[in-house]
Write a protein that binds this ligand. Structure first.
Ligand code: AMP
Length: 211
């Protein structure tokens, strides 16, 4: 099964992806995590992506599609994947379809995690992330240790108010149309209320997927 997790920045994609993946026995591919690792390591991809990411802009489609093609060619993704953070534009939706078709695969479901804007702004104001394993946290402060891997927890540069505002505008302009594209192209669309406790949201997603 290939599932696209869809939603505004801060809707909980990065929190839910590993939990849903564990329940379904699928790996996750989080484009934001791949890009942040590349930035940290100072690779060519990281150098190209950093400016876009810091401003809260989207990294160009050609870069994302090249990166996703490379990642998806790994054997671990052959049996299905939970995609977190891609697809974010219509050209990416088309590119992914072109990538999967020759393999006899398609996007089986698009799960939209829905949260009001006020809640997004509130979440991003306090969100931290592990600088090593990238697990997001709502209850840890910068400098705390990650319970998952022992790494240092920090704030994301693009969670500061100006970048958050831009990311919400970018979502409305470039990412929201992706849901309609999938609707028009016959994908299974699943809308989930992503307000509330993490475990409750995971259960809602699994129930909506019939699992
Ligand atoms: P995320 O961790 O998913 O919030 O992604 C962080 C940042 O990485 C985004 O604000 C973009 O700058 C970049 N990024 C991640 N995934 C994509 C994508 N599919 N298309 C374009 N930019 C992306």
């Amino acid at each position: 099964m290939n599932i696209v997790l869809f939603g505004k920045p801060g809707a909980g994609k990065g929190t839910q992806a590993p939990k849903i993946a564990e329940q379904l026995g699928l790996p996750t591919l989080a484009t934001g995590n791949v890009l942040r690792s590349a930035v940290k390591q100072g690779t060519a991809l990281g150098l190209e992506a950093k400016g876009y990411m810091d401003r809260g802009d989207l990294v160009p489609d050609s870069v994302i599609l090249g990166m996703v093609a490379e990642e998806m060619s790994r054997p671990e993704y052959a049996g299905g994947v939970i995609l977190d953070g891609v697809v974010r534009t219509v050209p990416q939706a088309i590119g992914l379809e072109t990538m999967l078709k020759p393999l006899g695969r398609k996007v089986d479901a698009v799960v939209s995690l829905e949260v009001p804007d006020e809640e997004i702004v509130r979440r991003m104001g306090t969100r931290t992330v592990c600088s090593t394993c990238q697990t997001p946290y709502s209850d840890l402060k910068p400098g705390d240790r990650c319970p998952n891997c022992g790494g240092v927890v920090m704030r994301r540069t693009d969670d500061e108010p100006e970048a958050v505002r831009n990311r919400l505008n970018v979502f409305a302009a470039q990412t929201a149309p992706v849901f309609d594209w999938y609707r028009q192209n016959g994908a299974r669309l699943v809308v989930v209320d992503a307000n509330g406790a993490v475990g409750d949201v995971t259960k809602r997603v699994l129930r909506a997927l019939g699992k």
